[in-house]
Design a protein around this ligand. Structure first.
Ligand code: ATP
Ligand code: MG
Length: 470
């Protein structure tokens, strides 16, 4: 019976087309849907549940349709998609998210039995923030960790940067696992660089979180080690090189002790230990930093032979980085300030979060960018303007003004804007969406005038300086 079903499925999947005398048989299905199942931390046998879910979701008779971004558990058809598993595990599976589609189709909806389903089940660690005793200059977390939950989804980038980064990291690790790190030509080192507040650090933490879920069958444990670079030079002044050396020795030992553990090292603001040696001066501090850079370079060379480690580095001073360090970066990826559509999506997400938390009331839903753009084109920012048009008008105000640097507004400023504006102007308990948008607009205008005044002051000072011939 099972065989007959298999055959029917094969026929379904492999429609045979005749072209003249030739028979063209399409290849096997290559499209893949990735689904992540978040399991309650009280559940003990996560692997058994992963297997059961995998079997159900990839069953040939499962013709449920899913969209990327869906949480199958909150879908009204969840009991159909999951069959009997739904009743048994509905309190155990906290979410079942469709996170990625890889394939040629560009549809928004995919039928499960026409694609390959890859399911990863995971539980979030909720351990305290730990100072690793083995590496006192770092903070370590077992991944995936509750501390980083949701961060990844909140990050908005124009291109498919997030998915691309997951694949790059997955590929580096797979290549190393398959052929051994010794045969690898590139350093397992990715540098994310760009202006402040563009999401570099958050992206690295999110990547470690996602990889720990995606590769959970290859690695039984993932650890994120965040090096406190700023401390290295100040706290351990004059012995930073030794500290950097110790860090690499410990990481090397950790990787060798347990090849089934994946270690993701985040070196945030790497310029503090990879400052260009050409620009160094000869004072004591600079000499210390120079020795630290040398240790970093040797440490990275040593780590090249390890198959289960990846270094993620961030910098907003890429121009000051040592060329030998830059040369060792397997990949250098520019992270730019958000585009107009990304700005809208970021601010919309934050307003929605405040609505979900009950700080703003709204009976209207917040439109997506395309719809907002149509609203804005139709009505502008007049008294009758709809929510989307109002948000776009605020962004227009920000982008045309002086209240941000010439590099464009950062994701950080946008993320904080709605909450800051409400905190500043709310006088009472309730805030509806129209009020909230007025507050945000007022806040932007006030920032704007402060910037202008600030510049005016500066000018006055320099005029005074000129007057006194300074
Ligand atoms: N593209 C973005 N989408 C959504 N949120 C963003 C984006 N960029 C930044 N943020 C938010 O801004 C805050 C700061 O981000 P983060 O610290 O990762 O920036 P950074 O690039 O590391 O900055 P810095 O160079 O100053 O260290 C975070 O809360 C992050 O979620
Ligand atoms: Mg940062």
């Amino acid at each position: 019976m099972a065989r007959q079903e298999d055959m029917e499925q094969e026929n379904l999947n492999e429609e045979v087309t005749s072209v003249g005398e030739f028979v063209v048989v399409p290849g096997p299905i290559t499209s893949t849907i990735f689904i992540e199942a978040r399991i309650s931390k009280d559940w003990s046998d996560i692997w058994e549940l992963q297997e059961a879910l995998q079997a159900r979701l990839s069953s040939p008779d499962n013709d449920s349709a899913v969209e990327v971004g869906d949480d199958i558990m909150v879908n009204p058809d969840a009991s159909v998609t999951l069959g009997q598993l739904f009743e048994t595990y509905k309190d155990i599976i906290e979410s079942l998210k469709v996170v990625e589609y890889v394939g040629l189709e560009t549809a928004t909806c995919y039928t499960l039995n026409t694609v390959t389903v890859k399911l990863q089940a995971y539980q979030l660690y909720d351990t305290e923030r730990e100072e690793d005793t083995a590496i006192p200059q770092a903070e370590s977390s077992f991944m995936p960790h509750v501390r980083f939950d949701g961060q990844w989804d909140e990050l908005v980038f124009e291109s498919d940067l997030k998915a691309e980064l997951i694949w790059i990291m997955t590929n580096i690790l797979r290549f190393s696992q398959r052929s051994g790190a010794g045969s690898r030509d590139i350093n397992p080192l990715i540098l994310l660089y760009g202006p402040p507040g563009t999401g570099k650090t958050t992206l690295c933490q999110g990547l470690a979180q996602k990889i720990s879920i995606r590769l959970n069958s290859s690695y039984k444990q993932t650890k994120l080690i965040q090096i406190k670079t700023a401390n290295l030079l100040s706290k351990y002044y004059s012995e930073s090189a030794k500290q950097v050396d110790n860090i690499f020795t410990t990481i090397t030992r950790m990787c060798q002790d347990d090849p089934e553990r994946f270690i993701c090292v985040l070196i945030d603001e790497v310029e503090s230990i990879a400052y260009s040696r050409e620009h160094s001066t000869s004072n004591g501090e600079a000499q210390d930093s120079l020795r630290a850079t040398n240790s970093l370079l040797t440490g990275l060379d040593r780590a090249k032979g390890l198959a289960n480690v990846i270094f993620l580095c961030t910098s907003n001073m890429v121009g000051s980085l040592d060329t030998a360090f830059l040369d060792r970066c397997g990949l250098r990826i520019a992270i730019n300030p958000p585009s107009n559509a990304a700005q809208y999506t970021i601010i919309r997400g934050r307003i929605q979060k405040l609505i979900d938390q009950g700080h703003i009331t709204s009976e209207k839903s917040l439109p997506l960018y395309d719809e907002a753009y149509i609203e804005y084109r139709a009505d502008g920012d007049g008294p009758m303007a709809k929510i989307g048009a109002k948000i776009l008008a605020i962004l227009q105000l920000i982008n045309s003004g002086n209240a941000h640097s010439s590099r464009g507004i950062s994701g950080r400023s946008l993320t904080q804007l709605p909450e800051l504006a409400i905190l500043r102007y709310l006088r009472g308990e309730d805030c509806d969406i129209d009020q909230a948008l007025d507050f945000i607009k007022r806040f932007v205008i006030s920032q704007e005038s402060q910037t202008v005044q600030h510049r005016g002051h500066k000018r006055t000072h320099s005029q005074v300086d000129e007057e006194f011939g300074r």
